[in-house]
Write a protein that binds this ligand. Structure first.
Ligand SMILES: Nc1nc2c(ncn2[C@@H]2O[C@H](COP(=O)(O)OP(=O)(O)O)[C@@H](O)[C@H]2O)c(=O)[nH]1
Ligand SMILES: [Mg+2]
Length: 318
């Protein structure tokens, strides 16, 4: 418990609690019903718990894993009461979650031995890529980092304009070309400009066309290859953005993108608009890719570094 205390900054906790309001009220309501009138964890409680986890979009595989672990603990500790179930469930879920930042460093940061540090942001249309880039740029800038944006979603004019709006808002440079131009060429220009300006972080937006896996794969590989002409080990991070409110669909997208390119981290957005925040638990367990950021609103401050303790704590708080 003291660990929890240490890593929580109270401001951030408040926004996280608020952002996850829907998820946690729903999860808690269901969990309370699952154990109502029961004094000990028996098969019926476990069945109900299974249903709660599945309907919170934790996913079938991860749910079964959690249930198995709880069963194991129940069989060792024959008279486990329902009030202990909460604590144990929490422990098991926290144990499942992979995470990138631990403890005091749970903050927006990039390794300082890579300059510029290149983040390529991928994901299907509408999941929140551009918004997440804007919010991230804002956080990095606040940390004193020099940030450059690359408008690599050249598919729609509106996509370029939208990134421009964020660049103006955060007051940082953007590199762009006309609609329909080659995304790899935009990425190339962006990296050159970042090197010339001695920038610390580059965020590259991409188009999210998933209609054809081979096309997607080719396009992303080309963007990578061309970037490597400027920065040989770029991209340092391929951040896949998933819309947390789409539940099982987010799992499907994660499956497709991890097949098309090497995804190194995840951002799960729109957790404020869903009662199904459990998707974060299932996705990090199933894909073994760390969830780095979570989006809890449309505003510039509504992005958080994902921290499993805070998340689980928020999820389980009434
Ligand atoms: N409620 C909420 N809306 C979000 C969040 N992230 C993005 N959005 C909204 O989702 C919509 C699509 O976002 P956009 O960044 O354009 O997605 P893109 O097509 O992947 O670039 C916009 O209306 C955003 O304001 C979030 O965390 N919460
Ligand atoms: Mg976009």
């Amino acid at each position: 418990m003291s660990l929890f205390k240490k890593i929580f900054s109270s401001d951030k906790k408040e926004t996280l609690d608020k952002g996850l309001e829907k998820s946690k009220t729903s999860f808690f309501g269901k969990l309370s019903k699952a154990v109502a009138g029961k004094s000990k964890v028996d098969d019926e409680v476990l069945d109900n718990l299974e249903e709660v986890l599945v309907t919170s979009d934790v996913g079938v595989n991860t749910t079964l894993k959690i249930i198995e672990r709880i069963e194991e603990r129940v069989s060792k500790d024959k008279y486990m009461g329902t009030e202990e179930l909460n604590t144990i469930l929490r422990e098991e879920i926290a144990g499942l979650l992979s995470e990138t930042h631990v403890g005091e460093d749970a903050d927006f940061a990039v390794p300082d031995d890579k300059k510029p540090y290149v983040i390529m942001v991928v994901g299907v249309n509408g999941v929140g890529k551009t918004t997440t880039i804007g919010k991230l740029a804002h956080q990095f800038k606040n940390k004193g980092l020099k940030v450059v944006l690359g408008a690599g979603d050249t598919f729609r004019a509106a996509a370029i304009d939208q990134l421009q709006v964020w660049a103006d808002r955060v007051d940082i440079p953007i590199v762009k070309q006309k609609m329909g131009s080659d995304p790899a060429s935009v990425a190339f220009d962006t990296l050159n400009s970042a090197e010339a300006d001695n920038a610390d972080v580059v965020l590259i937006d991409t188009a999210g066309r998933l209609h054809n896996k081979v096309n997607l794969m080719n396009e992303l590989s080309k963007v990578k290859r061309v970037m490597q002409k400027v920065v040989p080990d770029a991209p340092h991070d391929v951040l896949l953005v998933l819309d947390g409110s789409t539940g099982q669909n987010a799992f499907e997208q994660a499956k497709q993108f991890t097949k098309a390119t090497e995804v190194t981290s995840l951002a799960v957005t729109k957790l404020d608009g869903t009662a199904k925040g459990g998707v974060v638990i299932g996705i990090s367990d199933q894909f073994q890719i760390p969830v780095k950021y979570i989006g809890v609103g449309e505003g510039i401050e509504d992005l958080q570094v994902f921290n499993k303790y805070e998340f689980v704590d928020s999820f389980f708080k009434l």
